[in-house]
Ligand binder design. Structure first.
Ligand code: PGA
Length: 289
C-alpha cells in the first residue's frame, strides 16, 4: 500500500479574520476543481488558536453541500443517519484537517495563558505541532517538555507532529545527525503507543530564510531518521511519517517530495497564500519520477 502524503500549513502568528476569509474562499476555488484527486493526500492547516473554532465552523458549512449530494444520490439514508455517522461524514468531506501549533503538557490547571490538547480537540483540532524550533528558542522548550506534551496529546486522542532540526553551527560542525538523533530520543516517548508517528525534520537554518536544504541533505537526514524510527520505536501502530520543513514552496516541493523516505511537508510562509499552498498540495499528487 502506498503511503499517503501529508502537507501541513503552519500559519504561525499570522492571518487576521479578513485574511482567513480570503484564504478559505480562494483555497475552496482551487480545491473544488480537484476534489476527487485530493482525497489521496492529507492536508492539515494549523492556524493561530484564536481562529480555530471559526474555521471549524466554516469547514462544516462548506462540506454541507457534499453531504446533501450524498443524501440526494441515496448514498446515505437521511432518516436513519446517526449523529456519529453525520459527524464522520462532515469530517470526511472537509477540505482539510485542523491542527494547532502548540499546547500545554498538562490536561488542565493553573497555567495562565495556556491551552490544553483536550481544549483544542473540543474546537475541532486533530493534530498538534510540538517542539517547533521557534517554541524551543523563544519559550525555552526542552526535549523533556516536548515529550511530556506528546504524551498528553496522544492521551487526548490527537496526532502530534514532532519537530526536530539542527541549527547552522551544529550543521557546520558536522554534528547534525548526532544532534537530531538526541532530539528524537529525548522528544519522542517510547512507552506509549502512537497510532501514527509524524516527525518533521526542519533544519533551523532553513526556516524562514529562503534557503532550502539540498535534496542530498534532506535525503541523508530522512534515511537517518527512518533508521532511528525503525530500530528504536516499536510503539507505532499504523505508520510513521517523516516530513521536511524549511522554506518549502511550490517551486521546490515536487523535488523534495520525490526524496525517498520523505512523506510530506511542513510549510510556513508559503502556506499563507491559498494559491501557493494549493500548488504545493498538488505537487504531492504527482507520480514520483
Ligand atoms: P518556512 O517555515 O516554510 O517559512 O521556512 C517552516 C516552519 O517553520 O514550519
Amino acid at each position: 500500500m502506498t503511503k499517503r502524503k501529508i502537507i501541513i500549513a503552519n500559519w504561525k502568528m499570522n492571518q487576521l479574520f479578513d485574511d482567513v476569509d480570503n484564504w478559505l474562499e480562494n483555497f475552496k476555488k482551487y480545491y473544488d476543481k480537484s476534489r476527487r484527486q485530493l482525497k489521496d493526500v492529507d492536508i492539515v492547516v494549523c492556524p493561530p488558536v484564536y481562529i480555530i473554532d471559526y474555521i471549524d465552523g466554516e469547514l462544516m458549512n462548506l462540506s454541507l453541500p457534499e453531504i446533501e449530494k450524498a443524501i440526494t444520490q441515496n448514498k446515505v439514508d437521511a432518516d436513519k443517519i446517526s449523529e456519529e455517522e453525520l459527524n464522520k461524514l462532515l469530517y470526511d468531506n472537509r477540505m482539510f484537517a485542523i491542527g494547532a501549533q502548540d499546547c500545554h503538557f498538562e490536561e488542565k490547571g493553573a497555567f495562565t495563558g495556556d491551552i490544553s490538547a483536550n481544549m483544542l480537540k473540543e474546537i475541532g483540532c486533530e493534530y498538534i505541532i510540538l517542539g517547533h524550533s521557534e517554541r524551543r528558542k523563544y519559550h525555552h522548550e526542552s526535549d523533556e517538555i516536548v515529550a511530556k506534551k506528546v504524551r498528553n496529546v496522544i492521551k487526548s486522542g490527537l496526532t502530534s507532529i514532532i519537530c526536530v532540526g539542527e541549527n547552522l553551527e551544529t550543521r557546520q560542525a558536522g554534528r547534525h545527525k548526532e544532534f537530531v538523533a538526541n532530539q528524537i530520543i529525548g522528544s519522542v516517548p517510547r512507552n506509549i503507543e502512537f497510532e501514527d508517528l509524524i516527525i518533521a525534520y526542519e533544519p533551523v537554518w532553513s526556516i524562514g530564510t529562503g534557503i532550502t536544504a539540498k535534496t542530498e541533505e534532506i535525503s541523508e537526514m530522512a534515511d537517518f531518521i527512518a533508521e532511528i524510527i525503525r530500530t528504536k520505536f516499536k510503539n507505532v501502530k499504523n505508520q510513521s511519517y517523516i516530513l521536511y520543513g524549511g522554506s518549502a514552496n511550490s517551486k521546490n516541493s515536487a523535488e523534495i517530495l520525490a526524496v525517498k523516505n520523505i512523506d510530506g511537508l511542513l510549510v510556513g510562509s508559503a502556506s499563507l497564500e491559498a494559491e501557493e499552498f494549493f500548488q504545493i498540495v498538488k505537487t504531492s499528487l504527482l507520480p514520483l519520477s
